[in-house]
Design a protein around this ligand. Structure first.
Ligand code: AN0
Ligand code: CP
Length: 317
């Protein structure tokens, strides 16, 4: 595997989940693969889970790992070509990327949507520059339009907890005080559309996601109707995608918050969220603390999704 940016990079999804569950049973079985290999993780944005789980995954595989926080200690990077660099940016990303590539064997990149220019974000400008100029295999640790390590961990978690062959999985928008990217819901839809689940997306009107990710999924604007009979409730906030509101908050309606009353509409569903989560905006204390909340095992599976991806990349070096 040379790049990991979306579900298609995994090939057969059932096989990928099977491999992940095998790795989970014995996570040190492939320690030889990463011997004398270096993983570089580059962060343009904050992280708790991705940073720790991906570093742990690399270490399970015997790799050395280096973490670079671009905004803390590195030079400020210019990312647009053709700019006269007389401002506050000291270095151009077109030199920085091949330099970073020269010190490592694999690169993980976190670079969120900036919400300044939809085309710049949806072209995955920064991630693609890493793919093009680093000379090394590159994987997304949440880029502008996707978070495929999260969605893979989500699918692994659903496989572990599902009680029926084809569970009903509902992705629901929920309110949040700040504008958040569409990366997590985009990738979740990308994966659920390829998985053996009955997938429904619910959100207020105006929050439609990119059709490239929604594909044939059912969209239901009435949250209560969508939640009826759900086996898994996956909550997430995102800012508007469609023009002219790209990156804007259209609603903070707390009637969309996942509460016990909302969960009572479901088929005793499990509650999922990628974390970090704002309590009593996205989900009430009682729901996230309930025995049906699987947010902690979901986060723990980030180590497994990362390890499966890094293992496949090491195997193709
Ligand atoms: C980020 C987001 O919504 O994309 C990261 C989630 C994994 N969340 C925040 O910035 C709060
Ligand atoms: N879920 C997730 O990616 O969390 P972090 O932003 O803390 O890495």
């Amino acid at each position: 595997m040379r790049t990991y940016t979306n579900v298609k990079d995994l090939g057969d999804l059932n096989l990928a989940v099977k491999e992940a569950l095998e790795i989970k049973k014995n996570r040190y079985a492939y320690k030889h693969l990463g011997e004398n290999k270096t993983l570089l993780m580059v962060f343009f944005n904050s992280s708790l889970r991705t940073r720790l789980s991906t570093q742990k995954a690399g270490m399970n595989l015997g790799m050395n790992t280096i973490v670079l926080d671009i905004n803390q200690g590195a030079w400020k990077l210019e990312t647009e070509r053709g700019v006269i660099m007389d401002g506050d940016k000291t270095e151009h990303i077109l030199e920085a990327i091949p330099v970073m590539g020269s010190y490592c064997d694999l690169i993980g990149v976190r670079a969120f949507a900036q919400f300044e220019n939809k085309e710049y974000d949806y072209n995955e400008t920064i991630l693609n520059q890493f793919i093009q100029y680093s000379g090394k295999p590159v994987f997304s640790m949440e880029a502008a339009t996707g978070h495929p390590l999260q969605a893979f961990a989500d699918l692994i978690t659903i496989e572990e907890y599902k009680k029926t062959n084809r569970p009903k999985v509902v992705l629901t928008w929920a309110p949040h005080p700040k504008a958040l990217p569409q990366a997590v819901p985009n990738s979740f839809a990308d994966f659920m559309n390829e998985a053996n689940v009955d997938f429904v997306i619910t959100h207020p009107e105006g929050y439609e996601l990119d059709p490239k990710f929604v594909r044939g999924a059912k969209v239901e604007y009435d949250q209560d109707k969508a939640l009826a009979g759900a086996d898994f409730v996956y909550a997430k906030n995102w800012a508007a995608y469609t023009d002219p509101n790209y990156g804007k908050i259209l609603s903070k309606d707390r009637s969309w918050t996942i509460s016990s009353e909302k969960m009572a509409l479901t088929n005793d569903a499990y509650f999922m969220h990628c974390l970090p989560v704002r309590r009593n905006m996205i989900v009430t204390d009682d729901v996230i603390e309930s025995p049906r909340s699987i947010v902690i095992p979901e986060a723990a599976n980030r180590e497994i999704s990362a390890q499966t991806v890094i293992k496949r990349m090491l195997e193709s070096l």
